[in-house]
Design a protein around this ligand. Structure first.
Ligand SMILES: Cc1cc2nc3c(=O)[nH]c(=O)nc-3n(C[C@H](O)[C@H](O)[C@H](O)COP(=O)(O)OP(=O)(O)OC[C@H]3O[C@@H](n4cnc5c(N)ncnc54)[C@H](O)[C@@H]3O)c2cc1C
Length: 557
């Protein structure tokens, strides 16, 4: 049996920042991560991190842009706190050693990003996430904490009305173990692999969100799924919004810069939901290229600028699409990119379960509301990762020692081992592929009521089939078949919550676009969806949105 004051699950930016804050508060901290920390999806972030530090920019403009971008579903008290923390957070990361790109004046360089009135996205070429992750990892490495690397969270243990710890599975040895903790921070990142066409890494399977849901935590606003406008046509690899920030433009088969119709003021730099819908509409109305896609053109920017500011994008285009962005247009279509929803928390990272905290993409505070602005997510991991770490440490300070109840680890082991003992049953990879196809086909950029009902029927049928999921590989070392089965079970739970929330929300707001309810309905739907797990599926309730200074207006770009 292992025991710590604070256990942080996830070693991306949110998890590492939470761990650093808890260590600095003097607690005995452990990080549990299914990947090596530097392999976390945070390292794939390209375009940058927002902070209103430019002389002509202001924190208030950042707040306003975020509120508007959220389509007025973001909590304004949280957004104000978030934007105020941006400058100090970026400076701190710079002091930790992040090598940001700089302008000719030696100041931090910044580029325009979608939906923002000012170029406030600070970057390290097109490898911002990796630069931040590396610097934070080096900083955290100077502190003492325990790292359970390549361990998978399988269950959050809740008893006597509080968190008692977690159960995790050691991939390298195939053993299960209980880790008792007074506070647990869920920082397990994205769930994008619920979809097939996604920019998210294969590891982004929403494990921590599902574990929290199974433990009784409320999930918030799960129906809001962001589609990034520019994912490479075949692979779905992200082409950062920074490419348009640097001046890239979108064109249809007629050579028209079509964004002038959809966002006459800011064109290609409208917010992501707006641009994704525009691309989708162009293709559906027959103005896409044969096979269904549009072009992103960078050629007019010149080789020097493209190759220095968008180095990784050049590699992706050349290696995965066979085009050279210096001389050729890039074929793109939108792809799933980000979950605005997650484990519901307040500004302190607290959930509805005492001792359970969440931060980063796995959490929903909510600052992104119905649509996230690019560059706000890296910032969120650091701002709210730190808050969650501080408050998890404070909770551990007051809380009494916890135990993992006797027999629970054995029960979990038997449950999961049972998947390997079946003589026949469902292969997890087939269930996963069918789930992804269902979500791609029926729960996309535009949502039709009949499609959503059909999606729910299919997801529930997959959940029933999952009851007899079978792991064929009996090996105990790096059993990918087993982790595939566990992850697929998590994602099926989340897919159901996404679809149920989308069926219930009879309006269009941000990334949730219902063809039968095309307008935003502030009278009935200015509220957060909260989903609680019951034996018969998710039970929805609603929570108010926090307002401070910004009255809802029609959102035009
Ligand atoms: C391609 C791409 C580009 C992006 N670019 C930008 C950008 O330019 N700017 C921006 O603001 N945002 C960007 N985003 C979004 C942003 O990068 C993410 O939202 C953010 O980095 C998530 O950080 P995180 O710490 O919450 O999760 P992650 O960095 O994904 O870390 C999750 C951690 O949880 C661990 N974990 C997961 N499941 C388990 C489990 N069962 N047991 C144990 N450990 C587990 C993993 O090992 C990992 O360490 C981008 C996202 C993608 C996919």
């Amino acid at each position: 049996m292992h025991r710590h004051d604070v256990v942080v699950v996830g070693a991306g930016l949110a998890g590492q920042r939470a761990a650093l804050a808890a260590v600095e508060a003097g607690k005995d901290v452990a990080i549990v991560s299914k990947l090596h920390p530097l392999r976390s999806h945070s390292g794939a972030a390209q375009g940058g991190i927002n902070a209103a530090v430019g002389a002509e920019d202001s924190v208030d403009t950042h707040i306003y842009d975020t509120v508007k971008g959220s389509d007025y579903l973001g909590d304004q008290d949280a957004i104000e706190f978030f934007c105020r923390s941006a400058g100090p957070t970026v400076v701190e990361m710079e002091h930790f050693g992040t090598i940001f790109s700089r302008g000719s004046d030696g100041q931090l360089a910044s580029r325009p990003f979608g939906g923002q009135g000012f170029p406030r996205t600070i970057y390290a070429a097109d490898r911002t996430g990796l630069a931040l992750l590396q610097a934070l990892y080096e900083r955290l490495g100077t502190e003492s904490f325990t790292l359970y690397e390549e361990w998978d969270l399988t269950r959050i243990v809740v008893g006597e009305g509080r968190v008692q710890g977690i159960i995790a599975f050691d991939r390298r040895h195939g053993d299960f173990a209980g880790i008792a903790a007074k506070s647990v921070v869920i920082a397990t990142g994205p769930a994008g692999r619920v979809y097939g066409r996604t920019t998210n890494a294969h590891s982004c399977t929403g494990d921590g969100i599902a574990a929290a849901y199974r433990a009784g935590a409320l999930l918030k606003d799960m129906e809001f799924v962001q589609f990034h406008p520019t994912a490479l046509l075949e692979s779905g690899i992200l082409i950062t919004e920074g490419a348009r920030g640097e001046g890239g433009i979108l064109k249809n088969v007629n050579g028209e810069r079509f964004m002038s119709k959809y966002a006459p003021h800011v064109l290609d730099l409208a917010s992501r939901d707006v641009v994704s819908r525009a691309i989708w509409t162009e293709v559906k109305e027959g103005r896409g290229f044969p096979g269904g896609y549009v072009h992103l053109e960078l050629m007019h920017l010149g080789r020097e600028r493209i190759e220095s500011r968008l180095q990784e994008i050049c590699d992706f285009c050349r290696n995965f699409a066979g085009v050279d962005p210096v001389t050729q247009p890039i074929p793109i279509m939108p792809g799933q990119h980000y979950m605005m929803g997650g484990v519901g928390t307040n500004i302190r990272g607290e959930t509805n379960i005492p001792g359970l905290f969440a931060a980063g993409e796995a959490a929903c505070v909510s600052i992104h509301g119905a649509n996230r602005l690019g560059g706000n997510s890296l910032l969120e991991t650091l701002v709210f990762g730190k808050e969650a770490g501080i408050h998890a440490a404070a909770h551990a300070e007051k809380a009494s020692t916890t135990e993992i109840p006797n027999g629970l680890v054995e029960e979990e082991t038997a449950l999961i081992r049972g998947m390997s003992e079946r003589k026949d049953g469902e292969e997890p990879q087939h269930l996963r592929a069918e789930m992804q196809a269902t979500m791609d086909e029926l729960v996309g950029i535009y949502r039709h009521p009949n499609d959503l009902t059909e999606a729910l029927r299919r997801i529930r049928a997959l959940q029933t089939r999952y009851q007899s999921v079978r792991v064929v590989d009996r090996s105990s070392i790096y059993n990918i078949n087993l982790t595939d089965a566990l992850e697929t079970g998590h994602m099926l739970d989340l897919a159901e919550v996404i679809v149920i929330g989308a069926i219930a929300r009879t309006e269009s707001r941000g990334a949730h676009a219902r063809v039968d309810f095309p307008r935003r309905d502030d009278v009935n739907w200015m509220k957060h969806t909260m989903a609680r797990r019951t034996a018969t599926g998710p039970e929805l309730s609603y929570a108010p949105v926090a307002f401070t200074r910004w009255e809802p207006k029609e959102r035009v770009y």
